[in-house]
Design a protein around this ligand. Sequence first.
Ligand code: ADP
Ligand code: MG
Length: 331
Amino acid sequence: MENYEKLEKIGEGTYATVYKARHIPSGQIVALKDIFVNEDEGCPSTALREIAILKELSTNCTHIVRLLQVLHGESSSHRGLTLVFEYCERDLKQLLDDHSCRLGLDEIAIINKQIMSAVYECHFRGIIHRDIKPENILVASEQDMHVKLADFGLARGTGVPVAGYSPEVVTLWYRAPELLLGSTTYGPAVDVWAVGACTAEMIRSGQALIPGRNADDQWDKTLKVLGVPRASDWEDFIKAGCDEARVRREMFKNQGVVCSEDKHDVIQTLLYPKKRQHQQLELEQMAVDFCRGCLEYSPFKRFTAQQALQHPFLARIHLSIIDTDGRGGRH
Ligand code: ADP
Ligand code: MG
């Protein structure tokens, strides 16, 4: 720890503080994530999970933030646990809040392709991220729009046999419908929904697609924004392990409300409210269609990360130019 000089605080989360710092011997700028360690309970499980998962993932995928070192100290100058990461310029939320830099659709597709590649890599290795949102997408270099998926504190392996997962994951605005309906056996599709919500937010210049105030409001707003689920979607929610009584109640409540069979139109209006269909550029159509696939109510009909990467909106992007640090990637 004596080898690092803290320069400024760059983030404060529930279980850690993040600093920009300099590695004194080499001059390298890094990010230090200081984990709060409780005297009685020791190291939080979130930190242990994050380390274990990143050790495996971050050496294999260029689009996942690189964990450089784990420092553990008992001395007076350093107590507890510190994760050393490669330093990134800022996160996607900060980029979207900065009105001086509006993202074009090509840039949005480039960002998306990198994040979806990272998500694909996680899912390929049996890991669900469970907290994808703009704050957890880091911008490594703004000039070439090189971004990385970060914050694996909530990530879980799918191969570990557990009684059930907690549905209280993923920050509200990016939370998939099966989670809002209490599923405890959900799968990687929750990450794809979150990427879809982030994509819509980027297209809407930083305006969140479904900004609920609490879990109930999030569900109500989801229906208001995207329309009522189809009959087969309700069935799929039950198959996806949602609370059956809750699903049936919601189904009953929304009986008679005409559901939009064509989500394409709904999403098109949300993303491009002022445009008429015939004025749409081909790329805009692709973006709308891409979001539709990621924001399917049914986790079984929703794109998988692999299908999303094969969609024309992302398939046309070649990342080789920005895979510069020699680690390559599956895509
Ligand atoms: P938490 O679990 O507390 O949310 P994160 O890992 O998401 O922790 O870090 C919190 C914030 O700190 C991020 O949203 C981002 O703004 C900043 N941050 C984290 N890691 C880095 C990094 N490697 N480079 C630059 N900023 C970072
Ligand atoms: Mg975070």
